[in-house]
Design a protein around this ligand. Structure first.
Ligand SMILES: [Zn+2]
Length: 271
């Protein structure tokens, strides 16, 4: 069984802040429509290395994407390359580093900001290069892609939580409020996505620390949420399932019924 799937990566969202501040998603959990798991990010706890980890299942020290300044295409099978090569439609509204990893590197906004090509791994793209590009606009970009192209796989990747974390730190009202804002935006879309048959995963690449950064081994830098919504998930209690960040790509492959050699936790998914 193949299910259309949406992966939301809320950049820089720490687990505890997600747990405490996202009232809509927590309401879904209380009504048995979502489940929250804690995931530990791979290392270094940095964006570009962990985009590659989430989207290929390969940890940074093995992919070679070990810092944010490595500008080249991924040389791994990704959820995008696997999906397009097996006849699925892919789309992403995401930071331009995602375009550099899976479509064209380096990124040129005039050429690459809006992408429509069946030859590319991300066939339909809306990419941005401003860390303060409003989450509200990014979700509208994603919804435009979804309604226009009905992608089998859609990546939605807003940056404001990370951006505010770099300005004010983990333990700040501004950082927590940016998570609350993302939760409100999500509340405007999730019912439509589910009613249109999508399975939904909401996670993050890495967390945040009080030095206005991330990259190391602190729990607050590494612990990130994974919310899952949809009937393809078993919704087993979180203490019964160990999910690694390197498993996410395999979970996406399973939901899309792709042939793949990625790892995934079987207990997470309905057979
Ligand atoms: Zn960051």
């Amino acid at each position: 069984m193949s299910s259309k799937t949406i992966l939301v990566v809320l950049d820089g969202l720490n687990y505890q802040v997600a747990h405490d501040c996202m009232g809509y998603l927590t309401g879904l959990i209380e009504h048995q429509r979502a489940t929250l798991y804690k995931i530990q990010s791979e290392l270094p706890s940095m964006s570009r290395p962990l985009y590659e980890c989430l989207l290929t299942g390969i940890s940074p020290v093995n992919s070679g994407i070990v810092n944010n300044d490595i500008v080249r295409l991924s040389n791994q099978d990704s959820i995008f390359s696997l999906a397009t090569s097996q006849g699925k439609t892919t789309a992403a509204a995401a930071y331009h580093w995602v375009s550099e990893l899976y479509n064209i590197a380096p990124y040129h906004a005039t050429r690459d900001r809006f992408t429509n090509s069946k030859q590319l791994n991300i066939q339909h793209g809306c990419f941005y290069h401003w860390d303060h590009y409003p989450d509200e606009a990014l979700f509208l970009d994603a919804e435009h892609l979804r309604r226009t192209h009905q992608p089998d796989f859609l990546l939605i990747h807003p940056m404001n939580i990370d951006d505010v974390g770099h300005k004010f730190g983990l333990d700040s009202r501004q950082y927590r409020n940016s998570a609350r804002t993302a939760d409100i935006i999500l509340s405007n879309y999730i019912d439509d996505w589910v009613n249109d048959g999508y399975q939904v995963l909401i996670t993050s690449d890495h967390g945040m620390n009080n030095d206005l950064s991330h990259g190391g081994n602190l729990p607050e830098e590494r612990d990130v949420p994974l919310f899952v919504i949809g009937e393809r998930f078993t919704h087993q209690a979180s203490d019964n399932i160990q999910i690694k960040q390197t498993d996410i790509c395999g979970v996406l492959c399973q939901l899309l019924s792709l042939k793949h050699n990625k790892t995934y936790p079987q207990e997470l998914l309905v057979l």
